[in-house]
Design a binder for this molecule. Structure first.
Ligand code: FES
Length: 109
């Protein structure tokens, strides 16, 4: 059962800097929206979460529990980017829930 009141702490490397962002269940639709709203990367999240543009690529560096992934076009979109690393995912296909607490990622630029 999900603990919807739990504080979710996520470590994000972006532009060479490290950010620790706190959120809670359902504050954002997905990880792409959280990054977009807090760090304002240029040209990020162009298809607004449809899994088609490939502009929200992140690398998962560490997690405590397996994140919850959607599967909206992710395989094809990542393949188009010629990425081989299985830890590279689309941030828009990762839901914000308690599984993300302790997650550490890098935004790929
Ligand atoms: S926002 Fe376009 S693929 Fe994630």
């Amino acid at each position: 059962m999900l603990n919807r009141d739990k504080n979710i702490s996520i470590g994000i490397i972006y532009g060479g800097d490290y950010y620790n962002i706190n959120t809670y269940y359902n504050e954002y639709r997905n990880l792409m929206m959280l990054i977009y709203d807090n760090l304002y990367p240029d040209d990020f999240g162009d298809c607004l979460g449809m899994g088609k543009c490939g502009t929200c690529l992140i690398e998962i560096l560490e997690f405590k529990t397996q994140p919850t992934f959607l599967d909206r076009n992710e395989g094809t979109t990542i393949e188009r980017q010629h990425m081989q690393n299985k830890n590279i995912r689309l941030a828009c296909q990762i839901l914000i829930d308690e599984h993300l607490d302790g997650l550490k990622i890098k935004v790929l630029e």
